[in-house]
Design a binder for this molecule. Structure first.
Ligand SMILES: *Cc1c(COP(=O)(O)O)cnc(C)c1O
Length: 429
């Protein structure tokens, strides 16, 4: 299928933007072809520069839990921007969104806003080091926590696709205080904490890992993680940048019944505008400047327009019984897709948690650790992706990325996906 306007834009983009994109996975490198340039979007649909319409299962990678250009969010953004786009001084929106986060999320008392998930995680890590007086950070292979130097070790997301364990441009000493463990492995965790626990400031995990496909963890593993971090005096950070306000008002913590010491947020919390946040108990957050001596700041942090977008998003979710409706939409995805996948001539397994789902090409069963896909599976996903695109379905352009549902998706959209997938699986086989 030809996309002349997208191709023209991509050629111009490549001249002035590295790789033609401002975030690598957008370039379609993992699936081949020209990335679609989006002209506009509404509800569950994207319209590209060539005026073709697609049913969108990416949702800007997570923020758009209400769908594109939801009227309540657009109205809130418009009203806020008329009153000024940034003040560099406190505003009421920050207080209101902070009160909502603190009320919704278990165990936290204070929150500070930043402008991205990366910043939220960077700052949360600094706070844990300051609060404990320790240096080491433990992360899990396949979990992505943004692009800060010391966390770009065995990360998921775009990095998994590129098959790089890490990134160029990160000096080895910068990751010397980072330890990496496999998911789903209590023994490895016990061993590490036994050896180095007294030096560990924090263990960070995506409680529902969603950046290397979707790798739901056993409750027992996460409960053990909670108990062991406490026993060794290390803080536990739940990176809820994807799961926060998506899986429940209290994120994965509420869903799993496990309370971390700190949580990081992004994506949904800004409703499509750049917002991140990190939160913890008053005792831990007290080390931040101006009360404490841990420096952290941002020119656009707590931006009034972004706060309005986040507040409007959370308001609609609460008012419209959003989390229950998303769960039932997720159930419908299982009902519709399972029989379709059962007829596939190659192994493909549906993994689903709430409004997140993933077609795993690993074979039968849901993986719990970050295993790489073989070349044949990666190529198969490329064919599947393009066969869906040709039928007007926009899926993530990487086999390692999960799909996102929004309140704008209808049950009939899922049935449309089921029919398109039936054909796509045949052409991908
Ligand atoms: C997206 C993501 C980040 C990084 O957020 P950005 O806003 O892209 O910087 C961090 N952690 C997780 C779990 C994410 O999914």
């Amino acid at each position: 299928m030809s996309h002349p306007r997208s191709e023209q834009l991509y050629a111009r983009a490549r001249a002035v933007i590295p790789g033609g994109v401002n975030s690598p996975v957008r370039a379609f490198r993992a699936v081949g072809g020209t990335p679609l340039f989006v002209a506009r979007a509404q509800g569950a649909h994207l319209i590209d520069a060539d005026d073709r319409r697609y049913l969108d299962f990416v949702g800007s990678w997570g923020p758009l839990i209400l769908g594109h250009a939801h009227p309540a969010v657009v109205e809130a953004i418009t009203a806020a921007s008329r009153a000024g786009t940034t003040f560099g001084a406190p505003c009421a929106g920050e207080v209101e969104l902070a009160e909502r986060v603190v009320a919704a999320y278990p165990g936290i008392e204070q929150v500070r806003f930043v402008s991205s998930g990366t910043e939220a995680v960077m700052s949360a890590i600094r706070v844990t080091r300051a609060a404990t007086g320790r240096d080491l950070i433990v992360k899990f292979s396949g979990c992505y926590h943004g692009h800060a130097d010391h966390l770009l070790v065995a990360a998921g997301s775009g990095l998994a696709t590129f098959g790089r364990p890490s990134s160029a441009g990160v000096p080895e000493p910068f990751t010397a205080c980072t330890r990496v463990l496999p998911l789903d492995d209590e023994a490895a965790l016990e061993q590490l904490l036994e050896a180095e626990g007294a030096h560990v400031a924090a263990v960070i995990i995506e409680p529902v890992p969603a950046n290397h496909g979707l790798l739901p963890q056993r409750q027992a593993f996460l409960a053990r993680l909670r108990a062991l971090t406490r026993a060794h005096g290390a803080l536990l950070i739940f990176d809820e940048v994807i799961s926060g306000f998506r899986l429940a008002p209290g994120g994965a913590a509420e869903r799993l019944g496990i309370t971390p010491d700190l949580a990081t947020f992004g994506k949904v919390i800004g409703g499509g505008l750049p917002v991140g946040a990190f939160a913890g108990t008053r005792a831990v957050m007290a080390c931040l400047a101006p009360d404490g001596d841990t420096y952290q700041a941002g020119t656009l942090s707590g931006n009034p327009v972004a706060m309005a977008s986040g507040i409007a998003t959370l308001e609609v979710l609460a008012r419209e019984d959003g989390w229950r409706r998303l769960e039932s939409l997720g159930t419908h995805v299982e009902t519709v897709l399972r029989p379709v996948l059962a007829r596939s001539r190659f192994p493909v397994h549906l993994v689903r948690v709430g409004s997140l789902f993933w077609l795993s090409l690993h074979g039968p069963g849901a993986p719990r650790t970050a295993a790489p896909l073989d070349q044949a599976a990666l190529e198969r996903y490329g064919r599947l992706f393009h066969a869906l695109l040709a039928q007007g379905i926009y899926f993530p352009p990487s086999a390692y990325e999960a799909c996102f549902l929004s309140l704008a998706h209808r049950e009939s959209d899922i049935e449309t996906l089921g029919r398109a997938l039936e054909h796509a699986l045949q052409s991908a086989a």
